[in-house]
Design a protein around this ligand. Structure first.
Ligand code: ATP
Ligand code: FE2
Length: 327
């Protein structure tokens, strides 16, 4: 069985083609640029209107396939920005009807976890999902993927991008901040905010911007933002792992490409006798392959959807998903 997956929750238009063994045959990704930073849902949707057909062609070419080879269409049903989700869903419905193949709507956060399990070989991980719009710690418990901790305000990547924008860095700023941080070394006090199992980033953003105006160096601020925010993430991830008694930690989302974050998680894991797993970069960021693979395992477990069931779910919760494909 071959599945074509369409990702379109936010900035990224992604088309993946995956077979039923989880082999990624194509993974075409186009992220919307935006020097000014920030995301305008309607502009992103317009970007996807143009890019989804282009990326479908690219993916088919990469997989050396034609439309006739596709047996299943999967798409990102939520959570995400309404106009973007609607564009991806419309493309998916059109393809499903035109090719006369089944359609499956996939939860985006669960897809990050499932592709990670598939490609890294971990079995039952705690996922630290840190991207632009999302920051969650997720693990499987009692037949569901449960969120053990999450951001109370903005996603960590959005915080990095906003700090970057105000500091004259290009979007996306995460990689640039990582580079600048490696030249910094003074740990500046920023509001470390862990509340129970949750985290918050907007206070750190405000404080860092104020300190920048007061003349702290950009390098030291980037260093301190990373140390503070990543420590918060590692703290809640470790507590979730202890609570659910799991020995694997999986990373997902664009921010986990950060080497310092990986290092901190690795040390935490080693100290508890656990292992860290990191998928390749193109499977960490938003991508169509993770949607396609999750579509396949859902379909194989008996999930079917009519076109009526494919309405988008902007606030689709991770723990709303009925996990029919695991024991
Ligand atoms: P989602 O819809 O899942 O929230 P997204 O559209 O924000 O995703 P991703 O591709 O998962 O997209 O992640 C993009 C984010 O990752 C951006 O905020 C970017 O700044 C950040 N990022 C990318 N590389 C790094 C890095 N090396 N260090 C820190 N952050 C990074
Ligand atoms: Fe994502």
């Amino acid at each position: 069985m071959i599945c074509l997956g369409i990702e379109g929750t936010a900035h990224t238009a992604g088309i993946g083609i995956v077979d039923d063994e989880g082999k990624v045959l194509a993974n075409a990704i186009k992220m919307m640029g935006g020097e000014a930073g920030g995301i305008h849902p309607r502009e992103a949707a317009n970007h996807h209107v143009v890019e989804i057909p282009i990326q479908i062609e690219k993916a088919l070419e990469e997989a050396k396939m034609s439309y006739a080879d596709i047996d299943l269409i999967a798409f990102s049903q939520g959570p995400g920005l309404g106009p973007c989700l609607r564009t991806a869903a419309t493309a998916a419905r059109s393809l499903s009807l035109a090719l006369n193949v089944p359609i499956i709507g996939v939860n985006h956060c669960v897809a990050h976890l499932e592709i990670g399990r598939k490609v890294t070989g971990c079995d039952d991980p705690t996922l630290l999902y840190a991207s632009g719009g999302n920051t969650q710690v997720i693990a499987y418990a009692g037949g569901r993927y449960r969120v053990f901790g999450e951001t109370l305000d903005i996603g960590i990547g959005n915080m990095l991008d906003k700090f970057g924008r105000e500091s004259g860095l290009k979007f996306p700023s995460g990689p640039k901040i990582e580079q600048l941080a490696s030249n910094g070394g003074k740990l500046i006090d920023l509001p470390y905010s862990v509340k129970g199992m949750d985290v918050a980033f907007s206070g750190i953003l405000t404080a860092a911007l104020q300190l920048r105006k007061k003349g702290e160096s950009l390098e030291d601020l980037c260093f301190s933002i990373q140390e503070t925010c990543f420590s918060m993430l590692v703290e809640v991830t470790e507590r979730a792992m202890a609570h659910v008694e799991k020995e694997e930690v999986l990373l997902g989302g664009g921010v986990v490409q950060n080497k310092r974050l990986q290092e901190m998680v690795r040390i935490m894991a080693q100290e508890r006798g656990a292992n860290m797993y990191v998928p390749p970069g193109k499977l960490c960021i938003d991508n169509g392959a993770m949607i396609a693979w999750t579509g396949i395992i859902m379909y194989r477990s008996g999930v079917t959807m009519n076109i009526d069931d494919t309405s988008i779910r902007q606030r689709f919760r991770t723990d709303d998903v009925d996990v029919t494909w695991r024991e």
